[in-house]
Design a protein around this ligand. Structure first.
Ligand code: GLN
Length: 208
């Protein structure tokens, strides 16, 4: 008897977390809780094997340097341009931006936004705030901000899906999303589920 081929979408989405620096563990746990198969990504071969990638929080200038040193920048940009879902949280959103306000900082230019680093100022460098995020439902989302950037400019193809203090803090352009805050530290799995949904749709489209 022939073995029946299972549709690819029954297999948990393989979602990578860039593990050069930053809060990797929390994302791995949140992904597993949300039903994905989490993978650490440190090499081009590991990047090749995932269906989507998260770049976590950390220090953006360090990670840009490490991406070059580990020869990951080029393959990463190529895969995202080819449609692989990408999510940058905090530092990850800075790395993905078109440019950084008032700083001559290298970025990967994956989404047409200008970000401002450490934008919320010293007094409120870290805070937790309830965010209204209609694409995640009515219940407010607990936004954990840690020396967070905000979105100072969003190009015409960018959807601003949440704001805080008047600035964009959750943005999407096609297969790329960015959040100023840290959903992996909030205990609320809805953003990881949203991203896994993007990964599943991309896999379905690729298999069709
Ligand atoms: N302030 C950091 C940067 O500019 C980002 C902070 C974070 O990711 N929590 O790189």
């Amino acid at each position: 008897m022939e073995t029946e081929l299972k549709p690819v979408t029954n297999v948990p989405a393989s979602v990578g977390v860039l593990a050069l620096q930053g809060d990797v563990e929390e994302h791995l746990h949140a992904l597993a809780r949300a039903g994905a198969a989490p993978r650490l990504v440190k090499t081009a071969a590991e990047l090749e094997a995932v269906d989507g990638l998260i770049v976590p929080g950390g220090e953006s200038t360090t990670v840009i340097r490490l991406l070059d040193r580990f020869e990951l920048a080029e393959p990463l940009v190529a895969r995202v341009r080819a449609g692989m879902p990408f999510w940058g949280t905090c530092m990850g959103m800075i790395v993905a931006a078109h440019d950084v306000a008032q700083l001559d900082q290298a970025t990967l230019d994956l989404i047409d936004i200008t970000v401002r680093r450490n934008a919320f100022g010293r007094q409120i460098a870290s805070e937790e705030a309830d965010l209204v995020i209609p694409v995640l439902g009515e219940r407010p989302f607990p936004g954990v901000f840690i020396r967070a950037p905000w979105v100072e400019r969003a190009g015409p193809d960018v959807e601003v899906l949440a704001t805080h203090r008047g600035y964009g803090v959750f943005v999407r352009q096609g297969n790329v999303i960015g959040t100023s805050f840290h959903p992996e530290l909030s205990g609320d799995g809805r953003l990881h589920e949203y991203f896994i949904g993007m990964v599943q749709s991309a896999r379905k489209a690729a298999a069709a």
